[in-house]
Design a protein around this ligand. Structure first.
Ligand SMILES: Cc1cc2nc3c(=O)[nH]c(=O)nc-3n(C[C@H](O)[C@H](O)[C@H](O)COP(=O)(O)O)c2cc1C
Length: 350
């Protein structure tokens, strides 16, 4: 695969990758081709649902060509209301979250909690596809909630419908985000999936991207059974980045630079550690100012900045020392001073 055929997307993170994050990220870093909103819920009205009025989805604040709004729902009517309103705003695709593992969601048969119930998924998809028209509909899921075998019963249903994309994070819900993503299991599924397939999970460095890509695309492929129910087994060229890019915002451009064989003569912006420190520092400052501006100067922005720092701390030689400085902060001034101090006195290791 070359750099131009590779698609990298930024996975949605509730409480982190909102519109200010996405927009500031785009000003400071490159390499991401597609974005997804963190999930929406509670679309109660046919028109102008309250939570579809803000900057999170407003086309004035977002690029409708590269952003896919996501919904967490099991109600076909609600999904259709969401699709229609997103379409009116100019979006071309919506994504259904069938991956959220948190017990308060999954225990209600929502998110990945829906995966053990193929008959429910089928009824919901029938109702959605009957009326969704030309709005594209994609799905983000796991291998299952209780067991990785659950996906086997769900795939024939996914294959019955023209999903615009299927993003699979090869963990089960009960694992939450712990232990390793099962890349081999993902690979074994690839010949049996009709929709354009996206891999998500544990890409934290150029090396891990290369390793995962090699397993998925270069290893021996499962032979076709000729039953006509399996997909074409084509190259997987779309990878969704998650916690790896929250920790290292240079990750997408590093992967693409590496593919373009530009390592070492890298893009001057990312070449030196000092250059990277400056870029990371500017990004963090810009994001904070943007959030503060949108929040009318309220200290509530600290929650989201701290959440991001729980990943960014890993960029520094002594992550725990950095985290200790950030986690206890509850005033804006303290935060501003701590960030300056961190960048002045701590080496980054990216
Ligand atoms: C705090 C947190 C919030 C998340 N919010 C969402 C979300 O709103 N929608 C979604 O599809 N996935 C969500 N995810 C999952 C990530 O998008 C991604 O699939 C996951 O981190 C696995 O990828 P990774 O191993 O590369 O991190 C969230 C994950 C975390 C840790």
């Amino acid at each position: 695969m070359n750099a131009s055929s590779l698609i990298l997307s930024l996975g949605p993170f509730q409480g982190i990758t909102d519109a200010p994050f996405r927009n500031v990220f785009k000003r400071h870093f490159s390499g991401i081709d597609k974005f997804y909103t963190p999930f929406f819920t509670g679309i109660h009205k046919e028109e102008h649902a309250k939570n579809l009025q803000g900057e999170e989805i407003d086309p004035k604040c977002n690029d409708v060509e590269t952003l896919t709004p996501q919904i967490l729902s099991t109600d076909a009517d609600e999904i259709l209301r969401f699709a229609r309103q997103c379409q009116q705003l100019g979006y071309k695709e919506i994504n259904l979250n069938m991956g959220c593992p948190f017990p308060r969601v999954a225990n209600k048969k929502r998110g990945c909690g829906l995966l053990p119930y193929p008959e429910k998924v089928e009824a919901m998809f029938e109702a959605v596809f009957e009326q969704i028209g030309d709005m594209k509909f994609s799905v983000k899921c796991r291998l299952g909630y209780f067991s990785p075998d659950e996906i086997e019963a769900i795939l024939p249903i996914f294959n019955r419908f023209p999903l615009s994309e299927l993003i699979i994070h090869p963990r089960i819900g009960k694992q939450l985000y712990k232990s390793e993503a099962d890349v081999e299991r993902f690979k074994a599924l690839t010949p049996y999936i009709n929709a354009p397939l996206v891999y998500n999970g544990d890409i934290v460095s150029v090396e891990s991207y290369c390793r995962i890509n090699e397993i998925i695309n270069d290893g021996p492929s499962t032979p076709s059974t000729g039953s006509g129910t399996e997909g074409s087994g084509t190259l997987i060229n779309h990878f969704m980045l998650g916690r790896g890019i929250l920790a290292n915002p240079f990750l997408a451009e590093e992967i693409k630079n590496d593919l373009a064989d530009a390592r070492g003569v890298a893009d001057a912006r990312g070449a030196s550690l000092q250059g990277k420190t400056e870029r990371l520092h500017n990004f963090v400052l810009d994001l904070y100012e943007d959030r503060l501006h949108h929040a009318g100067g309220s200290p509530k922005v600290l929650g989201r900045m701290k959440e991001l720092w729980s990943y960014l701390m890993n960029d520094f030689e002594e992550p725990q020392a950095v985290w200790r400085k950030i986690k206890k902060i509850n005033a804006l001034k303290e935060y501003e001073e701590a960030v300056e101090e961190i960048f002045k006195n701590n080496n980054i290791i990216l």
